[in-house]
Design a protein. Structure first.
Lengths: 325, 553
């Protein structure tokens, strides 16, 4: 219990530090939202019109400390105000409309990468020096060294444009209405394959190598020898004795990756015009949309911290040594 | 053990989903047509909105696309491609003799999409809202409804460009907007407008349809079943859609458009980039000693090879600028004599070198020039990092200047940082767009009026290069005060003369108005031979295209 409380305290401090950074960093960037809007659309307005626009969007701003306390207050009430780049849509609405797609894409690709990567890692380490062990890791590391958006563009070109077997864009076909019927669900799945695949291909190598390496050192442990001596079936030793113990570093990685789901697929989303928050974040940064940036950064921060906290909890369950330490 | 079986189960689910999805890909590759019976929708990509919000408030700076093109209309439409003015919601208008008021006679039989009549009160309310929410129109004293179909604008001073500014304001219905408690925060999800396609249908995050207005005043011109907008987070996605034939109209920049787009289907596809966009200038900060002499600015202008800039930097999509600095939008104002008499926009490196020698910017033994007070003649050219075409323009300029011993360095941070420098006057030189309006008044005012000059350190939004000329002030005031066309033309000629004499900025080329289309599904597009509008989808002329297109045979 003491361990969990200590971790909780740590997360509170980390949370405060990150929301303060969220507040400060955007304000250190040059320009203001209205100028940015005009420079992006290459417009010229009278100074008086610029002032009206600033007033309309509420970006005149008071002293920074006043804004800071108002901001802290808003963080705790969950009200982030109105987005500037999507004025007058509230920030919470913008995020709520797009977060599910990012979560879907991120969760599916993370799930596939973790499961397949770890399985491959386990098998490779178990038959060390075998065909799987000598061919797949170098291949995956090779693929993994490509930037993921490059793979995304390549696969879009090959499967979408040249072969014409996969959708080119968006999360579902134009003309459909979101619902829970099968047509729609399959349509969403079809649109998900390429974006998810491009992320999975790039990240799977890391999972596999990590798992393989820990598995190899676990395989050398005495209790594995003991299990073999007892005459347990190899499959049982592999999964329940070796893999379970080799899983710990992977769990930490899952926690970190969970947190980065929210902001991690930005370029994939742009290439496939996927309606996630990644592109919205980019647009918010470019447009100096303080409220939206704060809302998104906070969502990401909260996701990272929450995921790490969950991992800590899982750790306690998985590894009794942590409880004592 | 439990963990193993869970893993296996999850793996199975994953595999089944993937296989199922793969199996269905074939079926979903052709997107379902919402209005299949009525024929295909006019599909248009929007390349700078990753997702849409259902916000059809025309006073919002980020309203959904087509809000001010297809839902709301204006009193008149100025077409920069043909240089003509099309009466729209107003049938006719006249200016009083003293130039202090303007009367519009509204078209009979115009109805809002909810069936209500279009009346003068709508215009009064619109201007109240516009001035309250977005400002502008400071020359406007009052807007009064004379009767149901006549509206009178009174000005507090003579201001001839008012006709187009007032006339191109989109009008919202009084009976709806006077009911809104907070018009600035109103998202107006189901708009009521006078435009041809007003009925929002199937609004999704990345697409929506606009169906015909049942009460449109030109029902014979609603020949297409509707408009379908698609959201894209960047040019690449939108270009892919255009190349693949998934959209009918491609208003975004496409590199090497002939090969990538037109050659795929030369029968149906075409592009037209009229040079009617804003003039793109290379501005020199005139508050700096090295750029204060007009002869130096002209010499620098002569040192750069505009043909190469246009051909290489802009892929041949536009034409070199002349000494009036006017873009193709202002062709009817251009004074041919000024253009003929002046040479500082032609490429002549030798003459440029001589002029710099005369101005005291002589070259040392190493070939590098120094300013008269002995410092190296070196400066930055600022341009935003995202504008790849302008970056290449800036690099060509830097190379050209290198040839005559001037050291220019291309500096390309984020646009916001560049513009922040422009606004406070803390820059050396930079590439910048300019004002684009129906008359060159705003353009010359932003470039030469002393009123718009602010000291370095103080923020300004128009005269970044900080150049003012008193004679230009007088001429601009005279231009605003007269509505006589001949007199206006004369004043504009004189302004062009001042511009050609003093070179306040270095004009490079007029910005092209991007636009490409396919006649697969729709015909009747504007072209160079029939310039009834440009191919822009965000301009006042867009509605002219929407009401001219018809389904292909």
């Amino acid at each position: 219990m003491g361990f969990i409380l200590r971790r909780l305290g740590f997360y509170l401090v980390a949370f405060w530090a990150s929301i303060t950074l969220n507040f400060m960093l955007p304000r250190l960037m040059p320009g203001d939202p209205v100028t940015r809007m005009l420079s992006r659309s290459q417009q010229r307005l009278d100074p008086q019109q610029v002032e009206s626009l600033q007033r309309l969007l509420g970006v005149e701003g008071g002293p920074w400390w006043q804004e800071y306390f108002a901001y802290i207050g808003r963080v705790f009430t969950g009200d982030f105000g109105v987005s500037i780049s999507r004025f007058p849509t509230p920030v919470s609405e913008v995020i709520a409309a797009q977060l599910p797609w990012t979560l879907l894409l991120g969760a599916v690709s993370l799930f596939l990468a973790v499961v397949i990567g770890n399985l491959l890692g386990i098998l490779a380490a178990w038959r060390r020096g075998g065909a799987l062990d000598s061919v797949v890791p170098p291949l995956l590391v090779f693929i993994g060294s490509f930037p993921y958006f490059w793979l995304a563009m390549g696969s879009l070109y090959v499967f979408g444009v040249t072969l014409g077997i996969s959708p080119l864009r968006h999360a579902f076909s134009v003309g459909l209405t979101p619902s829970w019927d099968l047509t729609f669900i399959f349509d969403v799945a079809a649109h998900l394959i390429l974006p998810a695949l491009s992320i999975v291909l790039v990240s799977i190598g890391g999972w596999m190598l990590g798992m393989r390496n820990t598995m190899i050192s676990t395989n050398a442990e005495d209790y594995i020898l003991m299990a073999e001596a007892k005459g347990l079936r190899p499959r049982r030793i592999m999964f329940n004795y070796a893999a379970r113990n080799a899983l710990l570093p992977s769990v930490t990685n899952i926690g970190m990756s969970l947190g980065f789901i929210v902001g991690g697929a930005l370029l994939t989303e742009v290439v496939f015009a996927y309606p996630g928050v990644g592109y919205q974040l980019l647009a918010a940064v470019q447009g100096l949309d303080y409220p939206l940036m704060q809302g998104l950064f906070l969502t990401i921060t909260a996701a990272v911290l929450l995921a790490n906290f969950l991992v800590d909890l899982v750790y306690v369950r998985l590894d009794p040594r942590v409880r004592v330490g | 053990m439990i963990t193993t079986s869970i893993r296996r189960a999850l793996l199975k689910v994953g595999a089944v989903t993937a296989i199922g999805a793969l199996a269905l890909t074939g079926c979903t590759a052709t997107p379902g047509e919402g209005a299949a019976e009525a024929g295909p929708m006019l599909t248009i990509p929007r390349e700078d909105m990753g997702t849409f919000s259902q916000n059809f408030n025309p006073f919002s700076p980020n309203a959904a696309p087509m809000t001010t093109q297809s839902v709301y209309e204006s009193l008149l439409i100025y077409n920069p491609a043909g240089g003509d003015t099309v009466p729209w919601l107003a049938e006719s208008w006249e200016t009083s003799d003293d130039g202090l008021s303007q009367t519009f006679h509204l078209r009979e039989g115009v109805k809002w999409s909810d069936g209500a009549d279009f009346v003068a009160a709508d215009i009064v309310t619109t201007f109240e809202l516009q001035r309250e929410l977005l400002g502008g129109f400071d020359y406007l004293d009052s807007v009064k409804a004379v009767d149901e179909k006549t509206v009178k604008f009174t000005f507090n001073r003579k201001f001839s460009p008012a006709l187009f500014e007032v006339g191109q304001q989109v009008i919202v219905p009084d009976h709806i907007w006077s009911e809104f408690e907070d018009p600035s925060n109103e998202e107006n999800p189901t708009p009521v407008g006078t435009g041809p396609y007003t009925e929002v249908s199937n609004f999704q995050a990345q697409s929506f349809d606009l169906l015909p207005n049942p009460n449109y005043w030109q029902p014979e011109k609603q020949k297409i079943p509707g408009i379908r907008m698609l959201a894209f987070a960047g040019n690449d996605g939108a270009n892919l859609a255009a190349v693949n034939g998934d959209v009918d109209w491609a208003p975004q920049y496409m590199p090497d458009i002939q090969t990538t787009f037109v050659d795929k289907d030369p029968e149906n596809r075409a592009f037209w980039f009229p040079p009617t966009g804003a003039e793109i200038n290379w501005q020199l900060n005139t508050t700096l000693d090295m750029f204060s002499d007009p002869e130096v600015r002209k010499a620098l202008s002569m040192a750069i090879d505009r043909e190469q800039i246009v051909k290489v930097g802009m892929s041949g999509y536009t034409i070199p600028a002349d000494c009036t600095g006017l873009s193709g939008n202002y062709d009817e104002w251009r004074d041919a004599d000024v253009v003929a008499d002046c040479d500082w926009t032609g490429y002549d490196a030798e003459a440029a070198a001589e002029m710099l020698d005369e101005a005291g910017f002589t070259a040392g033994a190493d070939g590098q020039r120094t300013t008269p007070d002995g410092k190296p003649f070196a400066f930055d050219i600022s341009v935003g990092s995202t504008s790849s075409d302008w970056l290449s323009v800036a690099n060509i300029i830097a190379q050209n200047l290198q040839d005559i011993g001037v050291q220019a360095t291309v500096d390309s941070p984020d646009w916001a940082a560049v513009v922040a420098g422009y606004e406070t006057g803390e820059f050396e030189s930079g590439i910048v767009w300019s004002a684009n309006a129906p008359t060159p008044y705003q353009y010359y005012r932003n470039i030469m009026s002393t009123e718009s000059v602010k000291p370095v350190g103080e923020q300004t939004f128009d005269n970044y290069h900080r150049f003012g000329n008193e004679r230009a002030d007088e001429l601009l005031a005279d231009f605003a005060a007269t509505t006589d066309a001949a007199e206006q033309a004369e004043i504009m000629s004189e302004l062009q003369g001042i511009y050609a004499e003093l070179a306040p900025v270095v004009p490079l080329f007029p910005g092209p108005e991007w636009g490409a289309f396919t006649t697969d599904n729709f015909v009747g597009w504007p072209t160079e031979e029939n310039p009834y509008a440009t191919l822009a989808t965000r301009a006042p002329t867009t509605v002219l295209v929407l009401t001219s297109l018809e389904p292909a045979e």
